[in-house]
Structure formats: C-alpha cells, structure tokens
Design a protein around this ligand. Structure first.
Ligand SMILES: [Fe+2]
Length: 233
C-alpha cells in the first residue's frame, strides 16, 4: 500500500482526484506530500531512571529471573516512527519509562509515599525500529500518582542523539482535563496526537492495546530544554 496516500485526508484526496482529471493524470510526487503532525515535545520529568535495569527489552511485564509477572493491567503499544513526510525511520531507539502499578518509578526518588515499587516490573524498556519504522512494547497500565494524569514517558534516540522526549496519554481519563503538562500542549492536533484509545486486545480480555505513530523532526533536543519541558510547538 502507498502509505503516503493513506495519510491524505478524504477532502484532499477528492481535490487530488479532480486535479488528476484536469491535468490528464500528470502530477508530481510533491503534490502528494502530506506533512504529518509532529509529536509534541514534553518535559522528561524527574523520574528518568537513575539506575537502568539489567533487563531493558521491550517487554516490561517480565524481568529476567523474575518470579512472577508485573502487577497491573497488561497493555501493548505499537506503531511506527515516521518523519513529517510519513517516511519510516529505521534503526532508531525508542525508550519507554513509566510508573508501575503502585505509581512508583525506577528511580531513587520515584517511590510514592506509603507505596512500594513492584519488584517484578521492569520500569524501563527500549526497542530499535525496523525497516518499516515499527516498534512495539508490552507493559502495564501505569497507576496514577499525585499531581498527574495517567501517562507514559517516551524518548526517541537516533544516531546517539535524543530527538524527542514526549508523553503518551489515555483517552477518557478524567484527570486529563486537569493535567498541566497535557493541557500545556497548545496545538490541538499535537495534543490529540498523544492521547490514544486503549482497547481490549480481544473480546472479554482485560489486556489493552493501542496504536501510536510517533512523528519526529530533524532537530535533536537541547538537553536543558528537555529537563525544563519546552512549550510544545
Ligand atoms: Fe511521569
């Protein structure tokens, strides 16, 4: 399938169809190019792991030598890493870090008051995109913790440079309306691009899955801005 065409909205497809009719079918490829919405940059937050686990694969629900799976609702997140022209980005590393089922992070200051970190949860994982730009994680639904709505943290590293730091949210989560970081994404298309619907993996299953394409630009991030949390453009 022509994936570029796949991203052209219906009204634009109609326009292109009319143009094809009036130009006898002669159109340059540039006219088909459709700029995708850049995934908004967001703050890294205070809990990027300060000690990385030995097991850093893309299944955060199981750790090497673990006696049991992590607690919580299992989720799968997958999609493609793309540039703004919709071209897949191969061989980039996508990192995921998040709160466990108790709202605790894999960070020396990431344990919430009165809670304990789930020792069976990996807390951090990564995967390298394939030739189609595809990635996939198996993890759990992060618990809520004070001051934030439910969210995942993601980073994209290309050729050793951090290209994007962002967060992913759950559609329908009541706290989304009050979350300062999510609401701080002023551009509506960008804001909506990081709110995904998590659906049951199969009928009757409690496990959830979501698809999410990540779209990055050409400019690596400034580490200082990453910590402060740049205003998403
Ligand atoms: Fe967080």
């Amino acid at each position: 399938m022509n994936t570029t065409f796949f991203h052209i909205p219906l009204n634009r497809r109609k326009l292109l169809h009319r143009l094809l009719l009036t130009t006898g079918g002669i159109l340059t490829g540039d006219l088909y190019a459709e700029a995708l919405t850049l995934t908004p940059r967001s703050t890294e937050g205070p809990y990027y792991p300060d000690h990385l686990p030995l097991d850093q694969d893309n299944d955060l629900t199981q750790i090497i030598g673990g006696k049991a799976p992590a607690g919580g609702v299992v989720t799968e997140i997958g999609g493609r890493l793309l540039n703004v022209d919709g071209k897949p980005i191969n061989d980039a590393v996508i990192e995921l870090w998040q709160a466990d089922n108790n709202g605790c992070y894999l960070h020396s200051k990431g344990v919430q008051k009165g809670k304990e970190r789930d020792p069976q949860f990996q807390g951090f994982g990564k995967i390298t995109t394939n030739a189609k730009g595809e990635y996939r994680f198996r993890t759990i639904q992060p618990a809520l913790y004070t001051g934030r709505t439910r969210h995942y943290h993601f980073a994209v590293v290309q050729s050793g440079k951090r290209m994007l730091t962002t967060q992913l949210y759950f559609a329908g989560e009541p706290q989304n309306e009050k979350d300062g970081i999510l609401r701080g994404i002023r551009d509506e298309a960008q804001r909506l691009s990081v709110i995904r619907e998590f659906k049951p993996m199969s009928t009757g299953s409690q496990d959830l899955h979501a698809t999410w394409d990540i779209v990055i630009g050409m400019t690596p991030e400034d580490p200082e801005q990453r910590r402060k949390g740049p205003r998403p453009r």
